[in-house]
Write a protein that binds this ligand. Structure first.
Ligand code: C2E
Ligand code: CA
Ligand code: CA
Length: 409
């Protein structure tokens, strides 16, 4: 929006529908008390106008007039509120606290001066949610120091031969009161803070410590298993924080492992932050010989641009598509399309969430190189994973194994 000098953008006490970002120009903010005009401030480029009333859905607390020819960008109330609601509870609580303090100050001014000010309605109370989130963060930090985290292993199978060729390492929290907790209960909160770095470090070290035993077990069953590769889940934050590649190299060296014994899995959504930096670090990871996989493929954003730019050699097709193979026409078409896309790009695929022999047959026929799912086994502790390696029968893989019921592990 362009405004000539002297134009009034909005007036005190009007209902507020938008805030405005100032691109260029200069604005005067004024209030009227007992018929007299007071100039409160003059603001210019890079500043924002009218945000308070929009945030709390109140009325304008001041009049804003352009002092020069100006250019502004309008931000609607909904655009604002949606962003605030998307923030994590602690940030929302901070905003709420600032608003409450402002409210108190305005009330004091009102009492002292006898002139009415606009008193803001601060809206819902976010404190309980913020407290719960902070408490969980503190508990996760404590759990890490107390050694309550575990890595469980879920097999990855070569679908054409039925051979076991790797595992995905999946974290669990052995909570002293609540038992074994699924990552969905703590990974989202850990990912909001740097705690995810510590979880990744723990998993990396644990997996590298466990890998020699898994690889030794492979030697006992060479006809049915190949030297296993373990997949480690990482996030954009791990790449951003720096030192991940050094840590990876160190962990491999400590346990005498080649880089190719590991593959890192990263989701598209966690890569949104800074793609150029992610590409650089992923290339460094690849240079160690470690594989790079894109996790939950198809569920994130800008998939195609990521595919072209990222140095990944493996695509993991999300379980939500595989779950609909025989119930949802669209899901089946998406799976076929993703497998074909990977083939054209020369990438390998792991289909996640294989639960039935029919899923297996369909995915193998349509060119998925690898598969993972409850048909073969749920994620299990290291000792059970070693038993799986030793007893794996490639010829029985499609039926989930006749001798050991791996699904109930
Ligand atoms: P993910 O990386 O997509 O992991 C696969 C999830 O699908 C696992 O859930 C696994 O148990 C589940 N799954 C595998 N096969 C089947 C199947 O046939 N049917 C069904 N219904 N589910 C199946 P889990 O272990 O609960 O992990 C959930 C998510 O938590 C993971 O999804 C990943 O995003 C995150 N996560 C787990 N461990 C870690 C970790 O060490 N680091 C990070 N950053 N995230 C992790
Ligand atoms: Ca994964
Ligand atoms: Ca996945």
């Amino acid at each position: 929006m362009k405004l000539p000098a002297g134009e009034v953008l909005f007036c005190e006490n009007e209902p507020a529908e938008s805030a405005f970002l100032i691109e260029s120009g200069l604005f005067e903010i004024s209030v009227r008390r007992n018929g007299e005009k007071f100039v409160v401030a003059e603001i210019g480029p890079g500043e924002i106008l009218g945000e308070l009333a929009v945030l709390i859905g109140g009325r304008r607390s001041a009049t804003v007039t352009a002092l020069k020819k100006s250019v502004i960008q309008k931000v609607d109330a909904d655009q604002f509120r949606n962003r605030v609601m998307d923030l994590d509870p602690v940030m929302r609580m901070l905003i709420e606290t600032v608003m409450k303090r402002l409210n108190k100050t305005l009330q004091k001014i009102e009492r002292a001066s006898g002139t009415p000010c606009n008193v803001y309605d601060v809206g819902p109370n976010f404190a309980p949610e913020a407290l719960a989130s902070l408490k969980l963060e503190n508990d996760i930090a404590l759990a890490l120091t107390r050694g309550e985290m575990r890595v469980h292993y879920q097999p990855i199978v070569h679908l054409q031969t039925g051979m076991l060729c790797g595992f995905e390492g999946l974290v669990r929290w052995q909570h002293p009161e609540r038992g074994l907790l699924s990552p969905s209960e703590f990974i989202p909160t850990a990912s909001e803070s740097m705690l995810i770095r510590q979880i990744t470090s723990f998993c990396l070290k644990q997996i590298c410590a466990d890998l020699p035993r898994l690889r030794t077990a492979c030697l006992r069953n060479v006809g049915n298993v190949s030297p296993v590769v373990v997949n480690l889940n990482i996030t954009g934050r791990d790449l951003e924080a720096g030192m991940f590649v050094e840590e990876l190299g160190e962990a491999l060296k400590t346990h005498g492992l080649p880089g190719k014994a590991l593959t890192v899995e990263i989701t598209e959504s966690s890569l949104m932050l800074d793609t150029a930096m992610a590409v650089r670090v992923l290339n460094e990871i690849k240079a160690l010989g470690t594989g790079v996989a894109i996790d939950d493929f198809g569920t994130g954003y800008s998939s195609m641009s990521h595919l072209v730019r990222l140095p990944a050699s493996l695509l993991k097709i999300d379980r939500s598509f595989v779950a609909g193979l025989f119930t949802n026409d669209q899901s089946r078409k998406i799976v076929v399309m993703l497998l074909e896309l990977a083939r054209q790009l020369g990438m390998n695929t792991v289909s996640e969430g294989i639960e039935t022999p029919e899923d297996y047959a369909f995915l193998a026929k349509n060119g998925s190189r690898f598969g993972q799912g409850f048909l073969f086994s749920r994620p299990v502790p290291l000792n059970d994973a070693i038993t799986l390696v030793k007893s794996w029968d490639a010829s029985q893989a499609q039926t989930g194994g006749a001798e050991v019921d791996r699904r109930v592990a």
